[in-house]
Write a protein that binds this ligand. Structure first.
Ligand code: F6R
Length: 247
């Protein structure tokens, strides 16, 4: 595992964006696994800048997002489908239909999960999978405990996560949907390459647990240590406790 500690969050975002851009340029038909949330907004902004500068072509790229809230249609400003349009898809030349997000309003959610897994397989599997980390240690929406061989499925969101994500819902955790669709830990581990990005003091304790703590299904992010091509990108404050505790 490669751990990069950047001096600033801006440098951490730049590093992640550069890795994604390299993946896109270095592959004939790149298949990206994408994430949402506050951390990723900054990374997408940098990718959009590269596209607008004429140095990054998304026309051959396919992407699969990690997760979506159950019950929110793509038109809902809080849906992850809407987020992806707003922060990436509408600004770059990825053909419509190549940016996949699970359908949180599917009539049959189980069938939607199976369809999503099959679509990833049909695309040739995930290449670079971008990951954030939640306060519960989740990657995607794999709340504790999540089996390391779990697949795309319906999950109940932890109260901690509903509070963490309440900013988009008028600071009211009760308005954050109770359920979501998420790629499983097993689905994520099958990506060829994992890139986890965490910045800010609020992430320091969970980053330490993920990197120094016992590998356990009680902290989904510890699963990345089982993968043989992982880059963790941190800023100095997010790295502080991990750095102090590492042997
Ligand atoms: C969202 C996702 C989550 C977030 C995590 C961190 O698609 O996969 O695991 O990456 O909750 O979110 P932020 O960046 O908002 O702190």
């Amino acid at each position: 595992m490669k751990i990069i500690v950047a001096d600033t969050s801006g440098q951490a975002f730049q590093h992640a964006a550069d890795m994604i851009a390299e993946e896109i340029r270095g592959s004939q038909a790149p298949v990206l696994g994408l994430a949402t949330g506050r951390t990723m907004e900054n990374i997408y902004q940098l990718l959009v800048q590269q596209h607008e500068a004429g140095t990054l072509d998304f026309s051959g790229t396919t992407s699969f997002n990690l997760d979506e809230y159950v019950g929110l249609p793509p038109t809902d400003p809080n849906s992850y489908s809407h987020y992806m349009q707003e922060h990436l898809f509408s600004h770059v030349n990825m053909p419509a239909g190549q940016g996949h997000v699970p359908n949180g309003v599917a009539v049959d959610l189980e069938a939607e999960c199976a369809r999503y897994e099959a679509a990833i397989r049909t695309a040739g599997g995930l290449g670079l999978q971008l990951l954030g980390i939640g306060e519960t240690g989740h990657i995607g929406f794999n709340e504790p405990p999540s089996a390391f061989d779990s697949r795309t499925r319906v999950v109940h969101l932890d109260d901690v996560t509903r509070r963490q994500n309440s900013g988009m819902f008028g600071d009211d955790p009760e308005r954050v949907p109770e359920r979501a669709l998420t790629m499983g830990v097993g689905t994520i581990l099958e990506a060829r390459r994992l890139v986890l990005v965490a910045v800010g003091e609020g992430k320091a304790a969970i980053v330490d647990e993920a990197l120094n703590g016992p590998i356990s299904e009680a902290v989904s992010a510890t699963a990345i240590r089982l993968h043989d091509d992982v880059t963790v990108i941190l800023d100095e404050v997010a790295a502080r406790i991990w750095h102090r505790n590492k042997e």
